[in-house]
Every structure is written in structure tokens, then in C-alpha cells.
Design a protein around this ligand. Structure first.
Ligand code: NDP
Ligand code: MG
Length: 359
């Protein structure tokens, strides 16, 4: 049996995982522990799985480490949202356990420092994000010179003017049902920007060799291009159950029929189109931050998270998100790649201070 601890068990990724296990899709997985920030759903979820449940803030590394020791998992699914996921990832790394990593912010903010800690402690990081899960599997069979990440384009793919966008409109994603922060990030394409940085760090590709393409059906999860010019793609219906369970259980571990088959009998069409920096300035800013490197990635991620929170609280308009992030980045950051958690925290603090002043 694979002993599983889920951090952020009450959210979209956490509950998708638990529902799949409850439905018998991963009989080799035993849930041993669940954490949340404050959701009242936690006791019911943990008693349903005879697992230990604990309210632990992501920033409380000590409490997380103690809970990891207490539950003794083989693998930890980090499904906490936002920057609070980074200290949680670091606690998981210190334990030397394998990590199924949904929290993309911890890759973007922790960067090379976090990855070198993982190597030092022998902790394996397996991506859960559907695009990265696809690339992770594709790269095991082939070498590539370029990565191609797909984006649904979100609810405003075809909308010229986003100045009057309401919270409800922005929370209505056409293909995926997810937590609030990532849903807004998908509407601005900041999510894709974070994913370009995540892929660059996880797979060691410079950001200018990672292309984003709009693919409204969300069936092709991402692609890799070989030196010869061939392109390999991974396709499945848009359902996070597959990338979550394959990160936890691995391939060839008896996972079967996790998602429904693609409807080849009925026929279906797939389309791809380029994205424009005018329509999606947050993705353009992400490429700039990725190219600048150093603390710029941290600042992008943190400023975006604060601006998204301000939008969801009704304090700034939808287009204010990009204005805040641009202004925070324009303030200037170190090009030096953080080499310790303290350096990451310092960049985070500066970005947060600037962003809060603007929101
Ligand atoms: P949700 O907002 O739905 O859930 C977040 C979870 O994290 C909840 O369990 C919440 O607990 C917990 N949490 C939030 N803040 C803290 C904190 N400060 N300390 C401890 N726990 C905290 O998020 P999602 O499930 O949508 O996303 C989780 C992560 O996975 C994100 O990084 C996202 O980018 C990534 N991801 C999500 C996808 C999706 O389909 N949803 C797809 C790909 C990646 P509580 O309920 O108690 O507040
Ligand atoms: Mg994704």
C-alpha cells in the first residue's frame, strides 16, 4: 500500500483526489493524514478515511514536520493554494518523502533553491499540474528541444474589453472546475505564466524554449517538440483525477480507467491558436519575469496572489491585477537567484509590501 498524506485536503485538488480514492480508483493508496487551514469539512473527511486530520497553516513548518513524522507517509500531496504552499513543500522535502506537487507557487517561488534542497534530501518531486504531468511523462520516452504548453484561454479568450469583468464572470471557467485563485489566474493567463516558470524550473528548459498555445478543448495537456521537428502530445478528457493519481501511484501501478475514453466513435475536433500579449498582458509579464530570473519570479507570483485576493474582495477591478503586478515588478528586484529560504522570504516580503500598498 502507498501511504498518502494530503496537505490542503479540503480544496479542489484534495477533494478530487479523495473522491477518486473513495470510488475505488486507487486501491493501492491508503490515506493516512489530511490537513486544511480552517475548513469545517476536515473532520468529516478524515473520519471517512480513518485518517488523522489536523488544522495546520502552511507556514508552520514545525507542525507540518511533526505531522509528517506522526503519519509516516510514503508520499505527500501538496494541494495547498498560493505562497503558503512553499514552507509546506520545504517541510515535505526535509522529511525526504516523495512529493506529488500541485502547489505550483512553491516551484516558482522556491526555484532552484527548493529543487536543490529536494536533491539534497533525496525527495522526489512529481508534478500534478496537468501540463507538467503530461510533459513529465512525455520526456521519459523522448528528448525534446522545446516544450509546448496548452492553455484553454479561460472565459475571456474571445473578449476584447475586459475592463468591466465581474467576479462572477471571472470565476466561470469554461473547462475546469478549480479553486478560486487558480480560476482567476486562468482568466488572466497568469496561471499559464506560472506554468511556464514551473516547467522551466522542473524540466530545465529556458523560458524562451517554452511556448504557450491556446487550445480551447483542454484535451491535449501539453506537447514536446523533438530536434527533428516531431511533436508528441498527451491527450485525455479535462479531469485532474488522472494527473493526481498518476503522480501518487506512478504508472504501471495498477491504475485503470481513471478517466472516460475520448469519444473517437462520435468524432471530435481539436483546435490551436496563438495568444496575443495585448489580450493577455499577464502572460507577457510572466515571460519577462522568467527571463529576468532571480527574485522576479517570486515577485510575480506574490504580487499576483495579493492582487487576485484584492479583486475577489472587490477592492480592485479585474484589469487592476495586471496593473498591480506590473508596478510591483517595475519597482525592480535582484537578478540574483535566491540561495536560501531567507533570501526567498526577503523578495517575497518586498513584493508583498509593494502589492498591498497598491491594492
Ligand atoms: P483550493 O483553494 O480549492 O484549496 C486550497 C487548499 O489549501 C484548501 O484545503 C485550503 O484549506 C488549504 N489552504 C489554503 N491556505 C492555506 C494555508 N495558509 N495553510 C494551510 N492550508 C491552506 O485550491 P486548489 O485545490 O484549486 O489548488 C491547490 C493548488 O493546486 C494550487 O497551487 C493550484 O495552483 C494547484 N493546481 C490546482 C488545479 C485544480 O484543478 N484545482 C490544477 C493544477 C494545479 P481550507 O479549505 O481550510 O481553507
Ligand atoms: Mg495547469
Amino acid at each position: 500500500m502507498i501511504r498518502l498524506l494530503i496537505l490542503g485536503a479540503t480544496g479542489s485538488i484534495g477533494t478530487t483526489c479523495l473522491e477518486a480514492i473513495r470510488n475505488g480508483l486507487a486501491p493501492m493508496v491508503e490515506v493516512v493524514g489530511l490537513t486544511a487551514a480552517s475548513s469545517p469539512a476536515l473532520p468529516r473527511l478524515s473520519s471517512g478515511f480513518s485518517a488523522k486530520g489536523r488544522y495546520i497553516d502552511g507556514s508552520d513548518r514545525e507542525a507540518l514536520s511533526a505531522f509528517i513524522d506522526e503519519t509516516d507517509p510514503d508520499i505527500i500531496l501538496n494541494a495547498i493554494s498560493g505562497a503558503a504552499g512553499l514552507p509546506a513543500t520545504l517541510a515535505a522535502i526535509e522529511s525526504g518523502r516523495s512529493i506529488a506537487l500541485a502547489n505550483k507557487e512553491s516551484v516558482v517561488m522556491g526555484g532552484r533553491f527548493m529543487l536543490s534542497e529536494a536533491r539534497k534530501h533525496g525527495s522526489r518531486i512529481i508534478p500534478v499540474d496537468s501540463e507538467h504531468s503530461a510533459i513529465y511523462h512525455l520526456l521519459r520516452g523522448h528528448s525534446a528541444r522545446r516544450l509546448i504548453i496548452t492553455a484553454s484561454g479561460g472565459p475571456f479568450r474571445d473578449r476584447e474589453d475586459t475592463s468591466g469583468v465581474t467576479i462572477e464572470e471571472a470565476l466561470h471557467h469554461p473547462t475546469w472546475k478549480m479553486g478560486r485563485k487558480i480560476t482567476i489566474d486562468s482568466a488572466t493567463l497568469a496561471n499559464k505564466g506560472l506554468e511556464v516558470m514551473e516547467a522551466s524550473l522542473l524540466f530545465g528548459f529556458p523560458s524562451d524554449s517554452i511556448r504557450v498555445v491556446i487550445h480551447p478543448q483542454s484535451v491535449v495537456h501539453s506537447m514536446i517538440e523533438t530536434a527533428e521537428g516531431g511533436v508528441y502530445a498527451l491527450m485525455s478528457p479535462p479531469d485532474m483525477t488522472l494527473p493526481i493519481l498518476s503522480a501518487i501511484a506512478g504508472e504501471g501501478q495498477g491504475l485503470e480507467d481513471i478517466v472516460r475514453p475520448l469519444p473517437f466513435d462520435e468524432g471530435f475536433s481539436l483546435s490551436f491558436q496563438p495568444w496575443s500579449p495585448e489580450r493577455f498582458p499577464m502572460l507577457a509579464l510572466a515571460y519577462e519575469a522568467a527571463a529576468a530570473g532571480g527574485s522576479y519570479r517570486i515577485a510575480y507570483s506574490r504580487a499576483d496572489e495579493i492582487a487576485v485576493g484584492a479583486f475577489l474582495d472587490g477592492r480592485i477591478p479585474f484589469n487592476g491585477i495586471r496593473d498591480v503586478v506590473k508596478e510591483v515588478l517595475d519597482g525592480g528586484f535582484s537578478f540574483h537567484e535566491p540561495e536560501s529560504y531567507e533570501e526567498v522570504q526577503e523578495a517575497d516580503r518586498i513584493a508583498a509590501e509593494r502589492a498591498y500598498r497598491l491594492c
